[in-house]
Design a protein around this ligand. Sequence first.
Ligand SMILES: CC(C)(COP(=O)(O)OP(=O)(O)OC[C@H]1O[C@@H](n2cnc3c(N)ncnc32)[C@H](O)[C@@H]1OP(=O)(O)O)[C@@H](O)C(=O)NCCC(=O)NCCS
Length: 215
Amino acid sequence: MTTRLVVVGCGGHGREVLTIARAMNDVAPGRPPWHLLGVVDDRPTEENLKRLQQLDVPYLGGVAWLHDASPDVRHVIGIGDPRVRRAVGQRVDGYRTSAASLVHPAATIGPDTVHGPGFVAFAGARVTTNVVIGRHVHLNQNATVGHDSTLADYVSVNPLAAVSGDCHLADGVLVGTTAAVLQGLRVGRDSTVGAGACVIRDVPDGVVVKGVPAR
Ligand SMILES: CC(C)(COP(=O)(O)OP(=O)(O)OC[C@H]1O[C@@H](n2cnc3c(N)ncnc32)[C@H](O)[C@@H]1OP(=O)(O)O)[C@@H](O)C(=O)NCCC(=O)NCCS
């Protein structure tokens, strides 16, 4: 069955997310999973609207467009910053549409992984075994998540970052590009791990850590 899909956000991340839906269609030409209706965004820049046009994807209007959409339409939030994604997600959760999950055909997700709605796995994302993933979690290109880890709602793992086994990333955590979180560690709610950092001890809530070792 082909499901109508709307991407929230026409910035770079949103446009990357919509190409995942297209990649999923490309590998199932007989039964494409998605009919991409277009993108909603409250404050699109002229430049991003042009970029959408180049991709031949319609701009539908502000996020409120989803409020009156048919309940069989699904949405996915194409916003990279976890905290902004959460703010938009909480608003859209009150609307009639429900969240879709997108897994790029070049991502590998362990069969015993469970994830909530709004999960997005970019090309090259790897999740091994017994991983629990919350709502609206985004794993960017070539991000890896090891065994028995938990990623709570609205976590973002940026390109090439490695979350080791037995880790716990709390709600709203951002793991920056190429960062590593070593095994068994916890990163607290709304904390940010800077690009290239190596986390070697637990990180409290609401802080930014960076460097090797991360401080
Ligand atoms: C760590 C981070 C959150 C800090 O952001 P910020 O608070 O705006 O920090 P600033 O750019 O003002 O820099 C503050 C200081 O930290 C340093 N710094 C910034 N990012 C750093 C990083 N990743 N590692 C080490 N030092 C870093 C700066 O050099 C600066 O040092 P100074 O005070 O000695 O001059 C951010 O730089 C980062 O790494 N974010 C992740 C981005 C990412 O993954 N992007 C990919 C998107 S797909």
